[in-house]
Design a protein around this ligand. Structure first.
Ligand SMILES: Cc1ncc(COP(=O)(O)O)c(C=O)c1O
Length: 367
């Protein structure tokens, strides 16, 4: 993240009274603390030393079996041996990037998850928005896109599959569609050229750092070697606790609760934007954590962020989601996932007030 943006976000996170719409954080009240306490206590007081010892790089078998079973239920031919548990989806992206030849072009959406771009660029890959060659690698966020909160892949699915290109499919928010309609995973239809990436961060807890990747079979061993070289294995205690939680708690119920809570927050944010910022453009989210808003404001989105923080709110400036870092049109990602529902409208009012001095007509009047 650019230093100034990070400074502003850190400042906002420490400043009392700021209602932050920044970051992709799950709601605190959804963290399954009770289930996690039971699972962790059972492991800490159990006989097995496995969670505390070195384990195999691919990760805990029970967890991999759970991940594979859920993919099978959605139509993919995947088994536990195909799954590599990673330190979050982020590490999965970094490992995939590390196994691709330097200079590989990765085609991304016009706005996309910034840390995926960082992982690709850090590994010497080139991030572009248009393929130069039909088989350039694609990176897509399936089901619900970050930052848009809408499905940007579904409508392009047939074309994407027909392209013959290798595809990195990030399903970070796919299960969090408000209508519960999780799409058929792309790995079901193109297993030889899809890296399927998932995570428990958004539904259970990002602090536990558990995600996964299913690589095309021919590349599995190379990816496993990259995992081993990076950190030997994902945290044994976190894996064991999650495996136990998933075996004992009702994951679909956790999902339903999360979908309902986020849908309610999204509706409040949408209503507040329609009421207080009628000129701003956005699509109503179908899931996930955020809304992508484009405006006709003039100036710099980071200056708008600075003004917003002074006014008591925060957001993620649009430039960080754009591969070229463009500032215009001035845009924001507004996350509804973490702020309390009754504070969302206040946050929008504060944002709109802070943005006023960046409005073209107000500037003319002021001049
Ligand atoms: C689209 C997307 N992919 C991956 C991640 C990283 O998730 P994890 O916490 O599993 O590393 C995020 C986190 O915000 C995300 O938005």
């Amino acid at each position: 993240m650019e230093t100034r943006i990070e400074e502003l976000q850190r400042h906002a996170s420490h400043r009392p009274g700021v209602i932050s719409l920044a970051g992709g954080l799950p709601a605190d009240e959804l963290l399954p603390r009770g289930d996690l306490t039971l699972a962790t206590t059972a492991i800490l007081s159990g006989r097995s030393t496995e969670p505390f010892q070195y384990g195999w790089a691919e990760g805990c078998r029970e967890l991999r079996a759970w991940i594979a079973d859920r993919l099978v239920a959605r139509g993919a031919a995947v088994d536990a041996d195909d799954v590599i548990v990673t330190a979050g989806a982020q590490q999965a992206l970094a490992l995939i990037a590390a196994t691709l030849p330097r200079g590989t072009r990765i085609v991304v959406d016009t706005e996309t998850y910034p840390c995926a771009m960082h992982a690709f660029e850090f590994a010497g890959l080139e991030v572009v928005t248009e393929p130069l060659h039909p088989t350039d690698v694609r990176y897509v966020i399936d089901g619900v896109s970050n930052p848009h909160g809408v499905d940007r892949v579904g409508p392009r699915r047939a074309e994407l599959l027909a392209s013959g290109a290798p595809i990195i499919v990030d399903e970070a928010y796919a299960e969090l569609r408000f209508d519960g309609r999780v799409p058929r995973p792309l790995v079901a239809d193109a297993p030889g050229r899809v890296w399927h990436v998932g995570t428990l961060s958004k539904v259970i807890s990002p602090g536990l750092r558990v995600g996964w990747v299913v690589a095309p079979r021919a590349l599995h061993h190379r990816l496993l070697a990259a995992k081993q070289a990076a950190d030997l294995q994902t945290c044994g205690l976190a894996q064991a606790a999650l495996a136990r939680l998933l075996a004992t708690a009702d994951y679909d119920q956790l999902l339903d609760r999360a979908r309902n809570l986020y849908a309610a927050r999204a509706a409040v944010l949408v209503e507040a934007l329609r009421t207080h910022a009628p000129g701003w453009r956005f699509a109503e989210p179908v899931g996930g954590f955020s809304i992508w808003v484009e405006t006709d404001l003039e100036g710099d989105d980071v200056d708008v962020l600075a003004a917003a923080v002074s006014a008591g709110t925060a957001f993620d400036p649009g430039r960080v989601f754009r591969p070229g870092g463009e500032v215009e049109p001035v845009a924001f990602r507004l996350s509804f996932s973490h702020a309390p529902v009754h504070e969302l409208e206040h946050a929008v009012r504060r944002l709109v007030a802070a943005a006023r001095k960046f409005r073209h007509c107000d500037r003319i009047v002021a001049a």
